[in-house]
Every structure is written in structure tokens, then in C-alpha cells.
Design a protein around this ligand. Sequence first.
Ligand code: AMP
Ligand code: ZN
Length: 468
Amino acid sequence: MTLFLYNTLTRKKEPFMPIDASNVRMYVCGPTVYDRAHLGNARSVVVYDVLYRLLRQVYGAEHVTYVRNITDVDDKINTAAIARGITIRQLTEEVTDWFHDDMSALGVLEANNNKPNGLMIEPKATDHITQMVKMIERLINNDKAYAADGHVLFSVKSMPNYGVLSGRIQEDLNAGARIKVESYKRDPNDFVLWKSADAEDDPSSVFDSPWGKGRPGWHIECSAMSTHYLGQDFDIHGGGSDLMFPHHENEIAQSCGAYPGSGFAHMWVHNGFLTVNGEKMSKSLGNFITVRDLLDKGIQGEVIRYALLKTKYNEPLDWNDKLLSDAKKELDTFYRRIKKDGGKEGMQKESDALILKALGEDLNVPSLLSVLHANTGGTLKYMGKILGILQQEPDEWFKGNSTAALGADNDANAVLLTNSSIELLILDRNEAKKAKDWKKADYIRNNLKSHGIILEDRPDGTTDWRRI
Ligand code: AMP
Ligand code: ZN
């Protein structure tokens, strides 16, 4: 079965032909760890998590290597550390832990280094300065870069096919380069590979190099780490559409400049941008939503994941509250079906064919979700696995000690009811019903409802419950 993916490089949907089917290789630009992951970051991580799961299903888990980096050296990090009065290392370690917690709440597969269970690597930029310095040296030797006053710059004019991915050359790349270098450039389009350190720089962001103390430019880390872990040619490079220019364009220039004749990434996949109520997320607009904000309101990670996946990965996604409530309703429907059908196994072969038919067409998750809507509980759990959903026990889903009904925005009088106190109230109500004390029975039902607990009386006399 051939997968098809939209390749930004050719602007066409193409059959995916791995260079080596026994080691399919994907690199994705990961987070810059200076603050909590927002919903746009999460969209990117969740989308490539599904692509990784699909590649593992098609080629075998032990035949896929996935690298998603952590950018832990960057101007934004320096600024945030100074603002909080902590060292850069303290900040990046703390934010990396937050990232892991939040992504794990979204059901994202964790990095692991143990083949044969598949290989997912999460390299940090600061652990790969040596590889970056070596690549910069190669670029200088190949006449693609030049040193000037402790900085090293990439010479854009030295690469005739610069612009091949984005189809454009901007007048000035400074805006995207993340580090200001003004007067050393031979050409305004040249971008920084190495930036000399300032005397007042935090020592944890200063590294030795043949050009003196300094730190790498942003783009070089992805070229150096992808080559280190995946080789000069690999299959898929992913990231958000915001990174196409200049970041990915510059990665191509660096990697092809350092290794002439190599193709670098054969397919470029870009996830669409996430906006909130039609606007770009930004702290100043007050519409900046982090994954943690939602989790702290008691919204289950699986609901957020589902809401992020409902729009096709390469279309823009405009976030609003209704997306979450729809996601919750749809997941409730699926879990109700799973509960009804018990542990019945669906037809695995048929399910695999349906999964590949939908996801093999440019990772069409919405199409797979419509297949799920047409299926019974037995198959839902099996099919949900590739999307990273529907893996909980239905009781855990409906009754989980979630504070969803009692989130920060709710009635201040609301108190969190534990599962056992709910069960006790139900017993109380059953006693009241037996004694025909309908007033008390109704009172308990209504009281629980006001706390977001719905009771369902069964024909056999028992009462089930769920949180809304
Ligand atoms: P950053 O931490 O800004 O370097 O971004 C980490 C990843 O999230 C990159 O792949 C970005 O392209 C992606 N990303 C950032 N903002 C958004 C957004 N609003 N929508 C979709 N993807 C985004
Ligand atoms: Zn990158």
C-alpha cells in the first residue's frame, strides 16, 4: 500500500517512496523551550505524532526513526531567563519538563532510544554544538560561508537554487534569523551561522568555536542534527507552515551547501497554522492559549487532541470553544459505543485497510473520523489507536476524576465530588427510592446534576453515572 503525502517542495501530492524501507527517517522542528507550549505548537506535535504512528504501522515500528529537536539556545530564551531572574539552563530544563508533561497529556508518543520498539530521538541543540561547528567549517571550506569579526555568515548568493522550497527570496532575512547581525554581511540576504558572544551573555549560552566564543544561529541546529541522526539524505522533514521561510529554506541551503550532491529531505510536509477566533495568537491580544491553560480547566487531553486533529493537518485551523465541546460530544459517543460492545474485537484486517485508505491519502484524519462515526464499538478502540484516541476504559473516560464540571470558570460554590462520594450518594438515593421517598431521590439527582454528574437509571434497577 502506497502512502501519498503533499510535498511542499514540488507542490504536489506524491507517492511516498522511502529511501530505505527498513529505516524510514523523519525529522520535525520541535519547540523552542522558553515558555509553555501553545495550541499551535501542540497542533504540530500531534500531527507528526499521527504521521509517525502511520509510518510505524506501514513499515513496522522498528523500521522508523523519528527525530524531533528541542531548541534550547535562542534569543527568546535569553530574554525570558533574564525576565524571570533565572539561568538559561534552569529555564530550558523547566520548560522542557513542562513540554513533556503537556504533550504526554495529549497522548503524544514519548522519545525512546530502544529499538526494536521504534526509535524516537529528541536531541537538544546545546548537546550538538560540535556537530554544528563541523558543519559550519565544511560550509566555509566549500565557499558557502565566511567568517567576519567573530561571526560566521552563510552566503546566499553561493547557492543558485536558494528559494527552491518557498519560491521566494526576501530582501532581508534578518527578521527570521532570530539573531541580529548588521554590518558584517557581504549581502543583506546572508544569514548567521555563528554569532559572537557579548561580554554580558549568560555563560550557559556561550560556547567555544574556531571563531571565538559565541552561539549558533537558529537554522544550523536542524541541519546538523538531522544529518547526525538521519544522514545526508532522509525521507520526510516536517514543521509548521510558518517555518517554510526562512528556516526551512536555510536548512536546505546549509545542508546542500555542506554536502553538495545530497538531496537533504526528499519530502517536505508542513502543518497549517493555528489561529484563535480568526486572529494570530499573541500575548498582547490576550488570545494566547497554552495546553496547560486548558488542562487546568479540567479539559481532558484527549479532547484537546481530538479538536486539533479534526481539521486536516495542512489546512489552517481556527480555534474556538465550540471545537472543544464538539470534540467532547463526539468522543462521548465513541466511548458509549465501546462500553456497549464491551471488549468485542472488530475485524483487524478490514480496519487496517480503512485506516490506510484514509490516512494514506495525505494523512486525511477527518476522513478516518467519518469512518469511525460509521463503526461499532469493537472496531473503534482498534482504529482509534493510530490517532492516539479511544484507548481509555469507558468508565475511566466518563467517571475519571476530572474537574471538568468544576473548572475555574464555574460556580465558586462548586466542590469537587470524588467518585466514592458520588457512589455513596447514589446508594443513598437507591435507599430513598426503595422507601418511595421520591422527594429525596429527586433532590440527590438534581444536586448531583448541578455538580455536572448525570445519573442514568437502568432497567435492572442499578444506576450508572458520568461526568459532563
Ligand atoms: P517554535 O517553538 O515557535 O519554534 O515552534 C515549534 C513548532 O510549532 C514549529 O514546528 C512551528 O512551526 C509550530 N508552530 C508554532 N506556532 C504555530 C501555530 N500558530 N500554528 C501551527 N503550528 C505552529
Ligand atoms: Zn528546524
